[in-house]
Structures are given as C-alpha cells and as structure tokens.
Design a protein around this ligand. Structure first.
Ligand code: AMP
Length: 403
C-alpha cells in the first residue's frame, strides 16, 4: 500500500509518499508560503528536485500536490486510487490521545479544541486534515500525535507543582513533543540490542532545531524534557529552554514588553541564536566558534551542558540505562556535540569511542561507545514519516479486516 504523510503548518504543508510494501520513500516535498507572496511547491523524487507554483489555501495545496504526483510526465503514480491512506502529524493530543487514531469528525473537533495548548500548530494541523477530507473523501485518514508516546509518563513526571485545582481545571501539565521520533529510535534500538521493545531502558536525545531528551523504561516514555509547550527543556536553536519564570516578568518590565512578546522572544530569539548572535543553525555556530567567536563557543557549551544535565537526571531516574541514543540533525551529524555531551561520564559507565564518533558512514545506525562502556552509545537516524506511515498502515489494515 502507498501512504501519503502530511505535516501541515500554518503556511506550509510538507508531504511524503511512501510505498509500504518495502517502506521506501517514493516522493516528497513542501508546499511553502501558502497564502503568502510567491508560494512554491517543491517536489523531489528519484534524486531530482523540481519547483512548481504554490497555493493560496491548504485545500489548493493538497490538490496541487496530488496533481503533481499523478502527472503523466513527472508523476510517480498513475491515479489517486493508488494512495491507500493518509497519515497526518498533529502536535498536541493532550491527555486525550494515547496513540494514533483513525480520523472522524470527533477527532478533528478534539484537535481543534486542543488548540488552546498548541495555538501555533493544532489549528494548522486540523486545516490540513479538513483539506484532505475534501479532496480525498473516500481515503481513510489517520492522526499521529506528537504527544502520544509521552502519555505513559507517571504523574510525578508530568505534573508541575502548581495548585492541583488549576491542573485539573486547565490541564496545565507536561505533554512533551517529538514523541514519534523518540518512539521510532526506541524501536530501532530494540532491534539492534536484540531485545523486545518492552525491555528497552534508554535515554533518547533528539537534537535538532528543536530538541528534547526522553527517559525510556520498558520501551515507554517515563519522562521528557519538553513541557506544556516545546519551550521547556534543553537549549535549542532559537528557544531558551528551562528558565526561571521570573525572567519573564523581569523582561516585561525592563524591556516594556507584554507576556506574549517575551514568550515570542524566548521561543524565537534565544537559544543558540540569542547567545551566539550568529545563527540558530548549529553548523553555523560551530564554524564561528572554530574561528574564535567566544559567544558562539559559549552557545555550544550551554547547549551541550543542558543536554548533559538531562542525561544525568534520567540516569538517576532510570537507575542507569542500557543505551544513550543520539538522533535529529545535530544528534546525527555533530560529532563535537555528542563528544561534549558525554565526556567525563566514565564514572556513570558512559565511555565514548572518539575514533568511531568521528568516523562513520552517515545515515545508518552506529555504535559509538567504547567496548568497556557499560552504557552503549548509539547514533540512530530518525524517520518520523516512516513511523507515521507504519501507524497509518496498521490502523488501515485492521479497518480492512474488520469490514
Ligand atoms: P533538524 O531540526 O533535525 O532538521 O536539525 C537541524 C539542526 O541540525 C541545525 O541546527 C543544523 O545545523 C544541524 N545540523 C545538520 N547537519 C549538521 C552537521 N553536519 N553538523 C552539525 N549540525 C548539523
């Protein structure tokens, strides 16, 4: 079966078409600047990339993408009927959704209602779903929630110590994010360890533009660094990560800003970008640090230090781990970041093989710990779209069986 994966943002819509008979990617791209000036659609397949005129609405974007996919000359499928199902990424499933589900009107309404907790993402995600429903009304659709994997966290991990009544009334708690990525690398880790997923005890570090660290016990998330929103946790590309809430009040009064203004600043102007003053991009900051830029060096130190702290916390929570996993753009590609994070942890049984860490073929699973390291260290490339397609396939297969 071929499955279309959709990741809809407010002005973009990323897509991937996968063939699930061999789990191979057929085509992918992004519809950018929807409703803005000069919108475009990128389309990559068989090592080629083409650019098409974009769309004014999400519905138009879906229509255009489908038309490109079935185009007689440039397309990769013959008709829409070849697409057996569509899987949608939804950022916030709150406390309501513990796993991926088949879409019906109630699910869409819930996604919209949860917008309060993810105002930048859920409305756009819902828009993508509604657009697909209109254009492909007979194709089953599935939602994959970023938060679902973290719904196994125990109360003491997800609660903030605020008034219990407020937690109950407003659902203020930790939900986490990147769940699909943490779940994917956990499953891949189980395979390389030769264990059942339910036996995996690990710390997974998804380090990209946005980053989160997760503690995995019995193959399940028992704590994660992101919170009510993705602002909490480690230092990221443009996000500050953990901060004393009083900083918000301080900035409001000293910079004469609103709370919304300061939250925007903490989300978009801080992290690597804010400290280095160079870029939010880890590569750029690394280059600047290598040329002697002290602020860039400091930004990288802050990032690595914040990740190390979470790894240490989770080692304590899990009473040691079988493995530490690095994934995401930085986790998979930056040998320097990985080395900085795990250095000086020998007494916790974490010993890096520096040679292996520096030299291995990118894009594959790699063991980078020394043979005498009690805790194995792996680099595992993430593939959130494949995880989403696997979920979609499983749900649709069961649907067909029960018919
Ligand atoms: P992601 O959000 O997972 O796409 O990751 C984006 C981040 O990965 C950016 O900060 C990139 O600079 C970083 N990244 C990608 N490739 C490399 C690389 N070769 N070395 C260091 N960082 C990289």
């Amino acid at each position: 079966m071929k499955i279309l994966i959709i990741n809809a943002g407010s002005s973009s819509l990323k897509y991937q078409l996968l063939d699930m008979t061999n789990e191979k990617l057929i085509a992918k791209g992004n519809c950018e600047k929807i409703g803005l000036n000069d919108p475009i659609i990128s389309y990559k397949h068989d090592g080629k990339e083409e650019i098409f005129e974009g769309a004014k609405t999400h519905e138009e974007a879906i229509k255009k993408i489908l038309n490109i996919l079935v185009d007689k000359d440039k397309g990769v499928i013959k008709s829409f009927d070849e697409i057996g199902a569509i899987g949608h990424r939804v950022v916030m499933g709150g406390w309501l959704y513990r796993e991926s589900v088949l879409i019906d009107e109630k699910v869409i309404k819930d996604v919209e209602a949860l917008s309060d907790l993810a105002p930048l993402h859920n409305p756009a995600n819902a828009m993508g779903i509604r657009a697909c429903e209109k254009v492909m009304p007979n194709t089953p659709q599935v939602v994959i929630f970023d938060t679902a994997f973290h719904t196994t966290m125990p109360e003491e991990a997800y609660m903030y110590a605020i008034k219990y009544e407020d937690y109950e009334k407003f659902h203020i708690r930790k939900y986490g994010a990147h769940g699909t990525s943490h779940r994917y690398v956990t499953q891949e880790l189980a395979k390389v360890l030769g264990k059942d997923v339910s036996e995996v005890k690990a710390i997974t570090c998804h380090l990209g533009n946005g980053s989160s660290i997760t503690a995995i016990r019995n193959g399940q998330s028992v704590d994660t660094s992101m919170g009510l929103t993705p602002l909490q946790g480690v230092v990221m590309g443009t996000r500050s990560g953990d901060i004393d809430p009083t900083v918000v009040q301080f900035l409001c009064s000293h910079k004469n800003q609103t709370v919304d203004g300061v939250l925007n600043y903490l989300n978009k102007e801080c992290g690597l970008l804010g400290v280095s003053g160079v870029s939010s991009d880890h590569r750029e900051v690394t280059k600047a640090a290598e040329k002697g830029n002290k602020r860039a060096e400091l930004a990288l130190d802050l990032l690595a230090y914040s990740v190390k702290k979470y790894v240490g916390m989770y080692m304590a929570i899990l009473n040691g781990a079988d493995a530490i996993v690095f994934t995401g753009g930085i986790g998979e590609n930056s040998a320097e970041a990985r080395e900085q994070i795990v250095e000086n942890m020998e007494n916790l049984g974490v010993i890096l093989d520096k040679e292996k860490n520096n030299n291995f073929k990118r894009g594959q699973i790699e063991l980078i710990s020394a043979p005498n390291s009690k805790v194995k260290i792996y680099v595992i490339p993430t593939d959130e779209e494949l995880m989403m397609a696997r979920d979609t396939l499983n749900i649709v297969k069961n649907l067909k069986k029960s018919k």
